[in-house]
Design a protein. Sequence first.
Length: 278
Amino acid sequence: MGLFGPDSITWRVHREPIVTVGGLRSLYLQALHPRAVAGVEQNSRYRQDPWGRLRRTSEYVTTVIYGTTEQAEKAARRVRAVHRRMTATDPRTGELFRVDEPELLRWVHVTEVESFLDAALRGGLRLSPAEVDGYFAEQTRAAALVGLDPATVPSTADEIRLYYEEMRPSLELTADSAATGIFLTLPPLPYGLGLTPVRGLSFSVSALAIGLLPPWARKLYGLPGLAATGLVASANARVLGTLLRQIPLEWIESPARKDAMRRLAEARAAEAQKAATA
């Protein structure tokens, strides 16, 4: 079935539609790493094509989660090949660096998977502490795809917490961080939707993603780090998560998940036929 499968905790987490808000949350976190955000600003065309960038990133994530092992590895090879050619200049020191440095890859990976899980849990998914650790452990397979040594990737909730504590002194709000944060909060909307109520909906999603950030991250953005802000965001996430779960999954599921469910049904049918003829 691929890197994970129907019995994995990863499939349970990513079945929750609210993980999309978690993906946005991760972008706000990633932008607080000076080198990570500089690498994006100096190499990406996301400002010219934000929705295309979002679509490609989403396709990669769902391919890794739901695709066959071959599909996931092929997608990862393409990403590694692109990153291998990219360099950027540290705006603070003038140092030239590669965007596929392990430290940067690890930061992107950790913020991404921690944000996915945080949104799912605060949106109403119930997991035991052991299952939470299981999710992070499963996700080291995704980390390996981008070139990280799984042994160097936090694989439990406690390791994630310690990792953030270790990283915090190196995080700061740079000019690139601020510009990225504003862009994420008020992105250009296609087809003139920025002049419709969709703008308000888009802003509400961004505000929720910001509210779900750890207090220390909100403070770095110059926003209140009050515990009450997180509590309100959690309450809003629970409401949104409940509403989104009312939408039939087949209406919003990704092509990669649809294909995975087809393969799963075919495999189960083959097993049933084999058992019936045994």
